[in-house]
Design a protein around this ligand. Sequence first.
Ligand code: GDP
Ligand code: IMO
Ligand code: MG
Length: 427
Amino acid sequence: MPAIALLGAQWGDEGKGKATDLLGEHVDFVVKFNGGNNAGHTIVVDGETYALHLLPAGVLTPGVTPVIGNGVVVDLGVLFGEIDAITARGVDCSRLVVSANAHVITPYHVLMDKVAERFLGESKIGTTGRGIGPAYADKMSRIGVRVQDLLDEKILRQKVEGALVGKNQVLVKVYNRKAVSIDEVVDELLGYVERLRPMVADTSLLLSKALDDGKVVLLEAGQATMLDVDHGTYPFVTSSSATAGGACTGSGIPPTRIDRVVAVIKAYATRVGSGPMPTELLDADGEKLRTIGGEFGVTTGRPRRCGWYDGVVARYAARVNGVTDFVLTKLDVLTGWEQIPVCTGYRIGERVVDEMPMTQTEYHHAEPVYEMLPGWDEDISGARVLEDLPKQARAYVEALEAMSGAPISVVGVGPGREQTIVLRPLI
Ligand code: GDP
Ligand code: IMO
Ligand code: MG
């Protein structure tokens, strides 16, 4: 059986958690392959709201095995806190598996994230402050601490020492901070070992065998295409690979086993943190989208920047990910506009382009070119088939599909599992 990748097409918070949850009953494994507790997924099941950060959204479906892949950076305190919180609400987390090769976010990564942002001043990325960037930086610098290192105290101490030799110099001499105690870090990490040990596995092997046995594996991204460290709006991105390629490197599943790439995309656009967003609305319309759409971050509570649907971003996401299906979410939020602008291209100086510009400078100067689509007034949150939608809403979906480079297979009309229109089953 195949693996399916599910990812975000825009700047995150598209509704990946809900989409994963929707597929839950059709899949056997849900693998988080990138990012860490910078993610925030809100999932509503039978009127109960769950906010997940580190656990794959599949954890909410009985029978699914949730997997934290090698591409993830894990804050163990957060992991166990989240497990305890949802276990207390009756969710069974006992099948959770964590890759031995996943990297660990330590207290010094969180500290480095915060001081680095402070020193960037006006140029700050607006990170979530969870230590994500510094943990990935250590991974690439080959001074990271992996989950498997916790299983060998001697190795763990060596790794923490190795990471802190240089970092403590920088903390003291550049950032004017106190040095981090190696003993304190090692002791804190060792405190998690007994609970962690039974969850640790070679998850690439586990998933490979599962696929051989005919199981269905869903590879679930945190963040999104425009926040991808290679393909996003660098440097205003996260530090991991949130695109389809990351689904392979972050899980140990080869591209030849993935036969469907599902991209979740909002019917408008949002972004949290700094960086360019051509369709951003700084006026009352932006405020209206934020209020009606409930666009406040699940992780940091920050108001999300809101704007109109960007067809250039959608096409770009379709191209770099090889998207086979879009899940269009939050169509219901657009009820009540007379006309809805959608961005079909960018004006950059004298030129109009319909592809992402090559350079950051051009992107910062990109002005959206809009096409106006007729709006609708009807409440669509009860729609369950396409025919339930007013004709303007149907035309909106068709227009988006025509400009976005892949078919729209599912449309969301509310946060609930059942508030979904399936045009083409994803599995
Ligand atoms: P994720 O990070 O991609 O999983 O998305 P978030 O959970 O951060 O943000 C998406 C928000 O939209 C959540 O609060 C969802 O409950 C909500 N949501 C998802 N799909 C829909 C939809 O079709 N309509 C509405 N109104 N809300 C939705
Ligand atoms: P989900 O999975 C939206 C943004 C941060 C910041 C940038 C870098 O819920 O879609 P980081 O802490 O990762 O170094 O911050 O990326 N960011 C997100 N924005 N949704 C997310 O996750 C995000 N994860 C990180 O706001 O601009
Ligand atoms: Mg989110």
